[in-house]
Design a protein around this ligand. Structure first.
Ligand code: ATP
Ligand code: MG
Length: 281
């Protein structure tokens, strides 16, 4: 790591520490000494510590099987840690009762690589369903569903079924569904994994705009080009531990991946995403 990036990182670490100290809500996510061992004995996460400030945008990167999805699963309580503390929005999610999980998930939207839409429901119904299961009133459904469909640019496709949409459009429906409860945190596990470069860029652009509105966004990805162009906080996992954590980081340590010279790639528009083919790990 260059002297300059070392200095940048320590300044950022100090800034983060000061920000954390500024109030109990400054970190929206906190993991302390977290280990996750699956029932078959696989140690997916090993003594992991992580703090994520409210409103930040964070990439989780690392080779296959390094623990990215497992980490996200702890945050929406799909898994409980074997050891350690997981705090999300001031709630110890490792401790809450199963009956409180739906309440947690109103605050935490999740988006997956394979969209997970209901094929027999229209775009509108897919998004509305996520609200209805929380017991929302019809007037709220009628107000919120168009709001999020408009946000993701699909207001004109509300009556279509998932099979009538492109992959990028299906992912945007999934993002609308994740946002309809106004979550504070959006977790995305390989959101561009099934998309071509143009659609991947559109989805990342959308996540960026959602973050600008104040939602904390965590994205697990293998998409090196997007990471290198967005220049956000990059956390690299290896064997279930964090081996690098850089503000304005690159996909590869010291920027020697897609951008070996260490020079930021040219930015396009406000979101900094280009149209080149994506480099996959
Ligand atoms: N349900 C499970 N039961 C047992 N082991 C699991 C389970 N899910 C994941 N693992 C193991 O835990 C480790 C971490 O897996 P995880 O899915 O978190 O990795 P990942 O970084 O998301 O990988 P990828 O980039 O391929 O999605 C791997 O060794 C994996 O085989
Ligand atoms: Mg994964």
């Amino acid at each position: 790591m260059s002297l300059r990036s070392r200095a940048e990182n320590s300044c950022n670490a100090i800034a983060r520490a000061c920000f954390r100290a500024s109030g109990p809500n400054a970190d929206v996510i906190s993991l302390r000494g977290v280990t996750l061992v699956y029932p078959n004995g696989t140690r997916a996460l090993d003594g992991l510590n992580l703090e994520v400030a409210k409103g930040s945008f964070v990439f989780l990167v690392g080779g296959t099987g390094t623990g990215k999805s497992s980490l996200l699963r702890l945050l929406y309580r799909e898994q409980r840690p074997t050891h350690g503390e997981v705090t999300v929005d001031n709630v110890r999610v490792d401790r809450i009762k199963r009956s409180r999980v739906p309440h947690l998930r109103r605050n935490v939207g999740v988006v997956f690589q394979d969209f997970k839409l209901l094929s027999d429901k229209t775009v509108w119904e897919n998004v509305a369903f996520a609200l209805q299961v929380t017991g929302a009133q019809t007037k709220d459904v009628i107000r919120q569903v168009p709001r999020v469909l408009d946000l993701v640019g699909l207001a004109h496709k509300t009556r279509m079924f998932p099979s009538e949409l492109s992959g990028g459009e299906q992912q945007r429906v999934a993002i609308a569904r994740a946002l309809v409860n106004n979550p504070k945190i959006l977790l995305c596990d390989e959101p561009t994994g099934n998309l071509d470069p143009a659609n991947a860029n559109e989805v990342m652009d959308l996540l960026h705009r959602i973050n600008l509105k104040g939602t904390t966004v965590l994205v697990a990805t293998h998409n090196a080009l997007v990471v290198d162009r967005m220049r956000r906080r990059v956390i690299r996992l290896e064997d279930g531990t964090i081996v690098a954590d850089e503000e304005r980081g690159f996909y590869h340590l010291n920027g020697n991946g897609a951008n070996a010279a260490g020079t930021p790639a040219p930015l396009r528009g406000s979101h900094g995403l280009g149209t080149n083919p994506l480099l996959l790990e």
